[in-house]
Design a protein around this ligand. Structure first.
Ligand SMILES: Nc1ncnc2c1ncn2[C@@H]1O[C@H](COP(=O)(O)OP(=O)(O)OP(=O)(O)O)[C@@H](O)[C@H]1O
Ligand SMILES: [Mg+2]
Length: 343
């Protein structure tokens, strides 16, 4: 049998732990008769499962009547890509034909002899969305790994105008906290600032243990230990399962390889993306034996005011968590060991 665990990023794994709450909250928020929001963002550390969650939401909404769901690439001209995508959909062709929208000049499909072609992509999109809205279609655009680049800024700024015109357009973004933060702080994109943000939470320990027990012939105790080891971190859940399945042995025999996967495929990347200051804070956290904010701060030798800025950022990035007032620990499994070795 094939390994039921997967190490591929961005692909929905066979062995998925349900995130029903977030899934429901976001899906319902978009699809309610009076939508709670038209834009929402998912943030979380690398490997926490943002892409998988976004795919699940998209698939769910796709199945609803009247919805059109399409994914946009933040590294391409998104307005043009959207116009092209919509005009290539067979089921929408008639709507655009009836509305006499000639898009041939844009090289994106629909051609109507009697009408002069539209030469500006924004004008074209505007008319397409206007008519789709009139026909009670709803359009969800998903944007994975949003960054604050020219394409995304231009698109978001135009999207804001479509919202103002009351078109049935919806936008779901995922991204690392720092990228989403940068984007929403663009002066012209303050509407993003107000959009709800969902932070990825750890997978539920009980569900993780249950799932391991289903696949492996292990005791409740061992399944609970495995769940404790992965700390609800999606990628770690897959890696540990993958290794145990491949080697058909206890998790205790694969710990070294488990560390190696985490290090090579995510932690080195996370570490390289931290600023010098953040690294210093992370290092002080790793050195602290008791996870007390007080002792971490003392190691860094900075004021509590200054430390609270670091603290907040590490919490937002999903690297640290505060399980108890005055304490700060790592969310990621074995990250402490990684940091101590990285130095
Ligand atoms: N709900 C889940 N249950 C089990 N495994 C999951 C779940 N969500 C994601 N994973 C696994 O975790 C890994 C990372 O998932 P994903 O690619 O969605 O993360 P990401 O947050 O988009 O990462 P990145 O920021 O690098 O794009 C994959 O191996 C995936 O199979
Ligand atoms: Mg991703």
């Amino acid at each position: 049998m094939r390994n039921p665990f997967s190490l591929t990023f961005g692909k929905e794994p066979v062995n998925v732990i349900s995130r029903d709450r977030m899934l429901d909250e976001i899906t319902d928020g978009f699809t309610a008769e009076n939508p709670e929001f038209q834009v929402c963002m998912i943030t979380g550390v690398r490997g926490s499962g943002k892409t998988v969650l976004m795919t699940e939401i998209s698939n769910r909404i796709k199945a609803e009547k009247g919805w059109i769901v399409t994914e946009l690439n933040p590294e391409r001209d998104m307005l043009h890509a959207l116009a092209a995508e919509l005009s290539n959909r067979k089921e929408l062709l008639q709507i655009f034909k009836d509305a006499k929208i000639n898009l041939s000049v844009l090289g994106v499909g629909v051609e109507i002899d009697s009408e002069p072609p539209i030469t500006d992509v924004v004008v074209a999109l505007d008319r397409m969305l206007q008519h789709l809205t009139k026909k009670e279609k709803k359009i969800l655009l998903s944007l994975d790994e949003a960054v604050s680049n020219q394409y995304v800024r231009e698109f978001s700024s135009q999207f804001q105008i479509f919202l103002r015109k009351n078109y049935n357009v919806f936008l779901l973004m995922t991204g690392l906290y720092e990228n989403i933060y940068e984007l929403q702080n663009e002066k012209t994109l303050t509407f993003l600032y107000r959009a709800p943000k969902f932070e990825m939470t750890p997978l539920n320990d009980t569900l993780v243990a249950k799932q391991y027990k289903k696949v492996f012939d292990i005791s409740d105790q061992e399944a609970a230990e495995m769940a404790e080891l992965v700390k609800g971190y999606s990628y770690a859940y897959q890696v540990l399962g993958y290794l145990c399945y491949k080697k058909q042995c206890s998790y205790k025999m694969v710990l070294e390889e488990f560390d190696a996967y985490l290090r090579e495929y995510v932690y080195e990347k996370i570490w390289s993306e931290l600023s010098g200051n953040d690294r210093e804070a992370v290092m002080a956290m790793a050195l602290s034996k008791d996870s007390k904010v007080e002792s971490i701060r003392k190691t860094m030798d900075i004021s509590s005011e200054k430390f609270s800025v670091y603290r907040k950022r590490l919490l937002k990035k999903g690297i640290a968590r505060s399980m108890q007032y005055g304490y700060l620990s790592f969310t990621l499994p074995r990250f402490r060991e990684f940091v101590l070795e990285a130095d």
